[in-house]
Design a protein around this ligand. Structure first.
Ligand SMILES: NC(=O)c1ccc[n+]([C@@H]2O[C@H](COP(=O)([O-])OP(=O)(O)OC[C@H]3O[C@@H](n4cnc5c(N)ncnc54)[C@H](OP(=O)(O)O)[C@@H]3O)[C@@H](O)[C@H]2O)c1
Length: 214
């Protein structure tokens, strides 16, 4: 079972949709049980036969074997502190890209620990944090008939967890996982999202990344 904490927003719903379409069972987490089940129902209307449910974040964290984190950066630390006991021994996939908006322009937040991913590993010393999926457009993820076209850089200090998440990413057709190395490299991937958001605005598009070479 996959759990998406903060899964009622566009990015979490999009990831839930694509992974459920790939056959995974997903529980969407929220601070509010009704919002969670409404989001699950909305996804089931987009594609047939999805196994998606909704629950409050704490219950979703308990149910999930692999946990995705898709809240805004400011919500990350309080949420993780709250659900930490339910995440012990589990893989936590951090999708957070810390940024603020000023007059329509995105600006990266400088995180004291280097990145949202590293901060989450510090809060969750008994979990295996993997940073991934931060460069995927929620709008594209949410269109079930649109084939995704992107590379997904995956960073972690836990080799097996990184391999497991990379394999899961590649269950979404046409996505390729790229080993980005240790978790300390997640900062560059997170900040790239800020650049992509501004490119989207300049070109009115949904930009993403492809790494040439590997
Ligand atoms: N949107 C994109 O295209 C995109 C692309 C790449 C990466 N990301 C990253 O993915 C994450 C989610 O993006 P999003 O656009 O889906 O965000 P969002 O809509 O702003 O938030 C997602 C969900 O997080 C919960 N939430 C909001 N504030 C919270 C708080 N202070 N504490 C706990 N929960 C809170 C809300 O759910 P409930 O109210 O139901 O609890 C909300 O529906 C962000 O970190 C973003 O940087 C987004």
């Amino acid at each position: 079972m996959l759990a998406i904490l903060g899964g009622t927003g566009p990015e979490g719903k999009g990831i839930a949709l694509r992974l459920a379409m790939a056959g995974e069972e997903v529980v969407i987490g929220s601070r509010d049980a009704t919002r969670a089940s409404d989001a699950a129902e909305a996804l089931k209307e987009l594609a047939p036969d999805l196994r998606v449910t909704g629950d409050v974040n704490d219950a979703a964290a308990r149910q999930g074997d692999i946990i995705f984190l898709t809240v805004p950066y400011e919500g990350q630390a309080p949420l993780l502190q709250q659900v930490a006991p339910s995440l012990v021994g589990k893989i936590v996939v951090n999708v957070v890209a810390p940024m603020v908006f000023n007059r329509g322009r995105a600006k990266a937040i400088q995180v004291e620990d280097g990145s949202a991913a590293e901060e989450s590993q510090k809060i969750l010393p008994d979990s295996q944090v993997v940073a991934a999926l931060q460069n995927l457009s929620a709008e594209d993820l949410m269109q079930p008939d649109l084939e995704m076209e992107s590379d997904v850089v995956v960073c972690s200090d836990h080799r097996e967890a990184k391999e497991q998440v990379s394999a899961m990413v590649q269950r979404i057709p046409n996505l390729r996982a790229i080993d980005g190395g240790a978790l300390e490299y997640a900062r560059y991937v997170e900040q790239l999202t800020t650049l992509l958001v501004n490119i989207n605005r300049n070109y009115r598009c949904h930009s993403t990344i492809k790494i040439i070479g590997p």
